[in-house]
Design a protein around this ligand. Structure first.
Ligand SMILES: [Zn+2]
Ligand SMILES: [Zn+2]
Length: 395
């Protein structure tokens, strides 16, 4: 079957299904049509025979997911009257350029037209020039490639994360080898063009009249063969290089948050833009502070006496100390809010609050004077009518 036939024939129509039909729907439609038009059921009926053949042909393409995809894509390219619409460029099919980048479903328009067989519709001849067909087509292989994104992580102290910090990040990522300047060939030598694929990195395989391309085995899709590999990178042209960049972490970053630094990833090849750098931030716990969004939290240990009588305690904040007033009669566990002393907001402005939770500290050991005083106090407390379990009356 030629490309032309694919373009001309509407297999979906043939089976009476929509172009978005599921594999199941296609199977069902085919079974019914094949049964109805089967030559055994219609002896001597040439129309039914023709129909049976068309239906089988349609089914053979649409029932094969890979073939169906190619069929759909071929037809899409020609939809609306053909090529005039533009928007496709040679090499569209693969963006990677290097070995291993040919996804199973990817589709190379250059090859589609380049490999039309001699007796085909002539589309190949007609459009061949547009797509640089023939040997030495390096369009795809030499296309500039955006650098890869890089993932890294860093661990910050609690206060650093809350207030923002500038940290140096050491990163190891692949870069062009400095010895061979990325060619992979020993200095003084150079790679030669792969004779099998003429430097294109792809070889064609014909299945029926339809051409497919796959990475060239001889050069592993690179288009060139290195006889004398660079000893520093073993012919890969790539070295892992460590670089240090300075990253400004904004205030208020949370544990586990991922920060994107545009253009700080791997360098692009041949002048292409760099990839992005993603930094996952881990935040160490703090001895004193916790975080609840933009609020800082803090547990303030107090004595029973301080809760009953009230006091003012000096508590730490991210930015110096602040006096917190504990009113008389404050119950254990109460949260006191200190406005504006939480985590700074990004770009300045109003910060979150500091939330101070009072927690009574019970002495585990008292000297005799304090013990005697406490016993005396307990007696006085009872005499005053205080009953801590008054709420349980009758329980
Ligand atoms: Zn090759
Ligand atoms: Zn090298």
């Amino acid at each position: 079957m030629s490309q032309r036939e694919w373009i001309e024939k509407d297999f979906y129509k043939e089976l009476g299904v929509s172009s978005s039909a599921t594999a199941d729907e296609i199977k069902k439609a085919y079974r019914k049509l094949a049964r109805d038009n089967h030559p055994d059921a219609n002896p001597g009926d040439t129309k039914a025979e023709e129909r049976f053949k068309s239906v089988s042909e349609a089914h053979s393409v649409l029932s094969d997911a890979a073939k169906r995809k190619e069929y759909d894509e071929t037809r899409k390219l020609f939809a609306g009257g053909g090529f005039g619409r533009g928007g496709f460029t040679p090499g569209t099919g693969y963006t990677g350029g290097g070995a291993g980048n040919f996804g199973a479903g990817e589709f190379n328009i250059g090859d589609l037209f380049g490999n039309a067989s001699a007796n085909d519709s002539g589309l190949g001849d007609l459009f061949g020039g547009l797509f640089n067909r023939g040997g030495g087509n390096r369009t795809a292989a030499s296309r500039p490639r955006r650098g890869s994104d890089v993932e890294t992580e860093t661990t910050l102290g609690f206060r650093e994360a809350a207030q923002g910090v500038t940290v140096p990040l050491r990163m190891t990522s692949p870069s062009p080898c400095t010895t061979c300047h990325g060619s992979g060939a020993k200095p003084g030598t150079s790679p030669r063009v792969c004779p099998r694929c003429n430097g294109s990195g792809v070889v064609s395989r014909n299945q029926g009249a339809f051409g497919f391309s796959e990475p060239c085995d001889d050069c592993r899709g690179t288009g060139s063969i290195i006889d004398d590999p660079c000893t520093d990178c073993h012919g890969s042209g790539i070295q892992n290089r460590t670089r240090t960049i300075t990253v400004r972490v904004p205030p208020g970053v949370n544990d586990g948050q991922r920060i994107k630094l545009a253009g700080q990833g791997e360098a692009g090849l041949r002048g292409a833009p760099s990839g992005d750098l993603f930094v996952t931030v881990h935040v160490k716990a703090d001895k004193v502070f916790g975080r609840a969004g933009d609020d800082l939290t803090l547990v303030l240990p107090v004595s029973y006496g301080e809760l009953v009588l009230g006091t003012t305690v000096s508590v730490p904040t991210l930015d110096g100390r602040v006096g917190v007033k504990v009113p008389p009669g404050t119950v254990d566990g109460r949260i006191l809010r200190v406005r504006g002393r939480g985590v700074p907001r990004r770009g300045g402005g109003v910060a979150g609050d500091l939330l101070v939770t009072v927690k009574v500290a019970v002495p585990q050991k008292l000297d005799s004077t304090a013990t005697a005083a406490l016993e005396k106090y307990a007696e006085a407390e009872r005499a005053s009518g205080f009953d801590p379990r008054a709420g349980w009356a009758g329980a």
